[in-house]
Structure formats: C-alpha cells, structure tokens
Design a protein around this ligand. Structure first.
Ligand code: FAD
Length: 328
C-alpha cells in the first residue's frame, strides 16, 4: 500500500507525484496508456492563459504562481535528468483584445508588464516550454525519485469503505492507498462522481519546418497562435471542437492553420507542414479548475479540469495538492 495513488500521468499527475514524493510520501502512479502522451503532449506549452482576462481568479493565481517557478523547475529537472525542456522566454505578441476594458482592468489589477508594439502589445515575460520534452524529463525525474509508475493499467472504479476512498479497482488487481488523487485529464468524470463534469475539448495543431529568424515571439490573434520553437520549428494552433473523444485530424483544419500563419508571416507560405495532431483538453462544465478534496468522499483528491491551461498551471496545482495531503 502506498501513501498516495495518483491516477493519470499527464503533466498534472506527474507534477503532483513529484511534489508528493519530494515531501516524503510513497507514491504509485497509474496510467491507462503511457505517461505524457495525451493532452499534455498535444499542447503548445505556452506558460500563460491566452486572453487571461476571460478566466477566473483561481486560474490566474495558479498561473502566476507557476510562472514564478517554471524556469528554476526546468533547470532543476535538466540538472537531475539531462533532458532540457527548453524553457524559453519568447514573449507573447497579442494582436487583438488587448484594448478591451476587461483586458485593461486585468493589466491594472495584476500590475502586468507590457510594451506597445506596431502590431499590438508585447507581453515580454511570457515563456514557453517544449512540452513533450518536459514530460519525458518529468517521467525520468519521478522514477529516479522513487515514484512507482505503472503504465497500461486503467483505474476502473474507486474502492470506497465507510465513505472513505481506500484505493482503485483495475481489471486484474486492486490498488490501495492512504490518499487517491485523480489527475485523469479529460477522462476524469469516469472515475469521479462530481456535480461538475469534465469532458474533452479537442484541439488540432500543426508544426511547420522553418528557420529561427522568421518568427520572434509567440503570436496570438483571433484565438489562434503561432509558437516559434528554439530550433526554428513553428507550431500553429488550434481548434476548439466539442466532439467527444474523436481524435481524427482533418485537412481543412490543416489548411486553415497554415493560412493563419502565412498571412501573418509570408515566409511560411512554402514552409513544410511536418505533422498534424490532436489532443483532448480537460474542460469542466463550470469552466473552472477542479482542485482540492472531493465534496463527498474522504481521502479522495482531484486535480483536473485545467482546460487550455494545464501546462501553465501544473506546478502550482501540484503544490496545492501536496499542501492538502502533507499538511492535513
Ligand atoms: C491543442 C492543444 C493546445 C494546448 N496548448 C496549451 C498551452 O499552450 N499551454 C497550456 O498550459 N495548456 C495547453 N493545452 C492544455 C493542456 O494540454 C492541458 O490542460 C493539460 O495537458 C492537462 O493535463 P492533464 O495531466 O490533466 O491531462 P492529460 O495530459 O490528458 O493526462 C491525463 C492522463 O490520465 C490518463 N488516464 C485517464 N483516465 C485514466 C484512468 N481511468 N486510469 C489510468 N489512467 C488514466 C491518460 O492516459 C493520460 O495520460 C493545450 C491542449 C491542447 C489539446
């Protein structure tokens, strides 16, 4: 029996496992597939909400708290694993909405640093990570720190005794723990019995092969964005599709995203489209992160519903879970 059983090995589950094992807990993590292959892999890795004024205070606070630690966290994990998550303060150029009253209110409320730019405003402190690399590094890091990772095992149901969660059922075996933490992304509702449902919001993206000098900053306009990676590759995203767990990609979206990119940077017209993919953001009916103790069952904690912001909120969300368990 472990102290903590984490269900789901995306960025949320692995960062939760990391903070718990570092606080001295014995941790087992189950993933129905492989760690770090779902939404956390599919994301863009921008360490900020897009149009943050549309989000609630909790999302903003978790994002700001995470932004403060991300650079050091990536450096520490690099030192410990040799894998560079490529944290890069590339800044974000916002071409629309920045002059809305709501945006100005947000800038003043949180005292946000920005610069005027010919095409909009530049939030120079916004960074990105190469999320697939961060996930690879996190997996190695938590294994080295002693987390027992068990992949290709699906938690099918909670084990409950006298209103307390004591573990989970899987096909062949029951796993027991002092505390169970559900970090199952878009699949979380299958396990949890919550009033606030979690459901998948599909997003498609493409990556273009380009050179380093074409795009300098992350660019955001009309809900779509362009992310320049350190090696010159350029990600373009993304869609919001409420279609259940249908992960198919389509050529129409590919064209749309490519067009969005080369209309702003004509040099990208002939750039090779290397790959297109999709992922399922964990959306919640309330539109809010679901983070904390379960409303009904004891020893059940939840860390999900991060929607478009799981990569940027992960460190602070994980820390909150640790505080709830270790300081209980
Ligand atoms: C196209 C796109 C772009 C995005 N861009 C950004 C961005 O730039 N910045 C940002 O912050 N966020 C971004 N996001 C959102 C971000 O990716 C998610 O919020 C985040 O990855 C959620 O992490 P997670 O660990 O909860 O989910 P996931 O990464 O999906 O992980 C959940 C894990 O749980 C496992 N699992 C599920 N059910 C079970 C079960 N019953 N038993 C065992 N294992 C289970 C799954 O196999 C999976 O590995 C983007 C998302 C998409 C799709």
């Amino acid at each position: 029996m472990s102290d903590c059983l984490v269900i789901g090995g995306g960025v949320i589950g692995m960062m939760s496992a990391r903070t718990l094992v570092m606080a001295g807990a014995s941790v087992t993590l189950l993933d129905q597939r492989e760690c770090g292959k779902e939404s956390s892999w599919a994301g863009g890795g921008i360490i900020s909400p897009l149009y943050p004024w549309h989000y609630d205070d909790l999302t903003n606070e978790l994002s700001f708290a995470s932004q403060l630690v991300y650079a050091d966290l990536c450096l520490q994990i690099f030192e410990d694993t040799g894998i560079d998550a490529q944290y890069l303060k590339s800044g974000l150029l916002m071409m629309d909405e920045y002059d809305l009253p709501l945006a100005i209110q947000w800038i003043n409320k949180y005292n946000i640093y920005y610069q005027h730019h010919a095409d909009g405003v530049l939030f120079a402190n916004i960074a990105q990570v190469r999320n697939p690399r961060l996930l690879k590094a996190l997996k190695v890091d938590i294994l080295n720190k002693g987390v027992n990772i068990i992949e290709h095992i699906q938690a099918n149901d909670l084990l409950i005794k006298d209103n307390q969660v004591i573990g989970v059922k899987t096909k062949n075996k029951d796993y027991f723990a002092q505390d169970v933490i559900v970090c199952s992304g878009a699949w979380s509702s299958k396990l949890l019995r919550l009033t606030d449902e979690v459901f998948p919001m599909k997003g498609q993206m493409i990556v273009l092969k380009s050179t380093k000098d074409v795009v300098e900053n992350i660019v955001l306009d009309q809900g779509r964005y362009i992310i320049p990676r350190a090696d010159g590759r350029i990600l373009v995203g993304s869609t919001m599709e409420n279609v259940g767990f249908d992960g198919r990609i389509d050529i129409g979206v590919q064209k749309l995203l490519h067009e969005f990119a080369y209309q702003r940077f004509p040099a990208l017209l002939n750039a090779k489209i290397e790959y297109q993919w999709s992922g399922f953001r964990p959306a919640s009916l309330s539109g809010k992160v679901i983070l904390g103790k379960h409303e009904q069952f004891e020893h059940l904690l939840i860390n999900t519903g991060h929607f478009s912001n799981g990569l940027n909120m992960a460190p602070a969300s994980a820390d909150k879970i640790k505080q709830l368990i270790i300081n209980a």
